[in-house]
Design a binder for this molecule. Sequence first.
Ligand code: NAD
Length: 262
Amino acid sequence: MRYSYRLKDDNINIEKILKILESKNYIYDNENPELVFVFGGDGTVLGAVQDYIDKVDDIIFIGINHGNLGFYTDFIQDDIKNILNLIENNEYDISNLPLVEYHITNNQNIYKGYALNEISLISLDRTMIMEIYINDFLFEKFRGTGIAVSTPSGSTAYNKSLGGAVVDINIPSIQLTEIASINNKVYTTLGSPIILGKNINLKMIPVKNNDLVFNVDNRHLILKENVIIETKVSDKCVKLLTQKNRSFFKRVQKAFIGDVND
Ligand code: NAD
């Protein structure tokens, strides 16, 4: 099996782990891995997915954390031999996590890509004024700080802080949430999140020419004037290796609610 790995920091004893992988005949291949071991938190998994975004169809990611399990990290570091045994014996599940796809034209430039959690557009200083089209239909004119477009697996991240709904990871969809919209007698937006299904094109055209920060998971770039941003549910998915029968809602409960007594 060809593998690669990503590390959050240097505190991880990777040499020991690599020796174990070698002893099991895993072959290091940073260019074309079949399996990417990610040692770190959810943010490290987001970074690893971006590193391999053009090859995600052929890769299985496996998130391994120190102590706290995250939304993309289902194993703890001391488990490495145990993890390899689970792989050897096919005792695992694969979650297929839908991505959000974006296409931006900015004057002569085109930026395309995918996000596992979300994309967001934020105006740092002036009020953002932006036309929002659903399948070329002008749905609303947004005024405020920004908007986020999240995936189902990203629905528990920034989206949740913005008042968005938690979405089952098995529903291929994107969710539009507002960041501090201005709603008064003059300006009005829907004021609630909207969840859109496959094949719906969500287009955003800023009306005023102020600089915007465009975030893709934990990376960003600055967009200047004359921008058109289009997003939709991607056909691509990220394959994440998880423990068998580990329910998404159990994870949500553990992270946000804690134990529930009868
Ligand atoms: P990180 O690992 O430090 O993540 C930051 C926090 O977000 C951690 O507690 C992590 O567990 C949690 N997180 C990340 N993805 C999650 C998910 N899908 N579901 C539930 N929790 C999740 O790494 P980072 O690089 O800072 O992470 C980037 C992400 O942080 C962004 O994609 C965005 O979703 C999130 N974020 C949240 C806010 C907010 O809630 N106000 C603001 C900015 C960014």
